[in-house]
Write a protein that binds this ligand. Structure first.
Ligand SMILES: [Zn+2]
Ligand SMILES: [Zn+2]
Length: 225
C-alpha cells in the first residue's frame, strides 16, 4: 500500500501532539506516496473548529516528496445522517470519512445505524466509511456495502480496530462479516491506519493479516480514492 487516507494530527484533540508536517515526514520514510489527513470534525470533544478545516486549503500539498490530501473524519450525529461540517466547508476538502463514535452518536438497531451511514454518504466528498467494525454499532453489512458501491464510497478495513490495542470490541468478528459482504457483492474496500500521530502512518499489519486469513480478493482492495 502506498497510500493512507485515515490519519490524525494534534488537531484531532487526542492521542498525539504530532503535526501534519511530522506525519508527512513519517509517510516519506515509509514510502507512502499519498497521505490523507483526516482529523476529527468539530463535534468530537477537543477537536479543531470549523476554521481549521476551512484553512486546510492553504496548507502545502507536497512535503518530503509525499502528496497530501486534506479531509476530515466526520461524525454522524443522528439517524438522519447529519454530519458535523457544513457543506460549503466539505466542498473545499479533498474527501471525507464518515464514522460512528460513542462521543457523538447513540446506537440504535442495525437498521437505524445502517440508515444513518447511508444517509451521511450523501454529504459532499464523502468517500470512506470509517471503521464499520465497532461492536457498539450493529450494522446490516449487505445493505451497507451495496449502498456504498452505488454511492462510490469505500468501506474501510481499519488497522487500529484490529490491533491488540483496539478499543472497538471484537472488531475482527465484524470485519470478517464486512469482508464477506464485500466479496459477495463485489464491493471494493480501502485500508486505513487510523494512526493518531506519526507512529502508525501507513501501518496495515493487522489488515493484511486478516485479508490473508479470509483470502479476500486482492482486486477489491483499492489504493487510491
Ligand atoms: Zn474514528
Ligand atoms: Zn480516525
Amino acid at each position: 500500500m502506498y497510500t493512507d487516507y485515515h490519519t490524525h494530527t494534534i488537531a484531532s484533540g487526542h492521542g498525539t501532539r504530532d503535526t501534519i508536517d511530522r506525519l508527512a515526514r513519517a509517510a516519506a520514510a515509509k514510502g507512502i506516496q499519498i497521505l490523507g489527513i483526516s482529523d476529527h470534525a468539530p463535534a468530537m470533544p477537543g477537536a479543531a473548529s470549523i476554521s481549521y478545516f476551512r484553512n486546510l486549503r492553504y496548507s502545502a500539498r507536497e512535503r518530503y516528496g509525499v502528496r497530501l490530501c486534506f479531509g476530515a473524519e466526520l461524525n454522524v450525529l443522528d439517524f438522519s445522517g447529519k454530519v458535523d461540517l457544513p457543506e460549503d466547508i466539505l466542498r473545499t476538502l479533498d474527501y471525507a470519512v464518515i464514522s460512528l463514535h460513542p462521543q457523538c452518536f447513540r446506537s440504535g438497531t442495525a437498521e437505524q445505524n445502517t440508515t444513518a451511514l447511508i444517509r451521511a454518504m450523501a454529504a459532499p466528498h464523502v468517500r470512506i466509511i470509517g471503521h464499520p467494525d465497532d461492536e457498539k454499532y450493529p450494522l446490516d453489512y449487505d445493505v451497507l456495502v451495496m449502498a456504498a458501491k452505488k454511492a462510490g464510497v469505500l468501506p474501510e478495513l481499519n488497522n487500529s480496530s484490529l490491533s491488540p490495542h483496539g478499543y472497538r470490541g471484537d472488531s475482527r468478528r465484524y470485519d470478517i462479516l464486512l469482508l464477506e459482504a464485500c466479496a459477495r457483492h463485489n464491493v471494493p474496500i480501502i485500508l486505513g491506519s487510523d494512526s493518531h500521530g506519526a507512529k502508525h502512518v501507513g501501518d496495515f499489519t493487522w489488515c493484511r493479516r486478516l485479508l490473508e486469513e479470509t483470502a479476500f480478493p486482492a482486486e477489491l482492495v483499492r489504493d487510491i480514492l
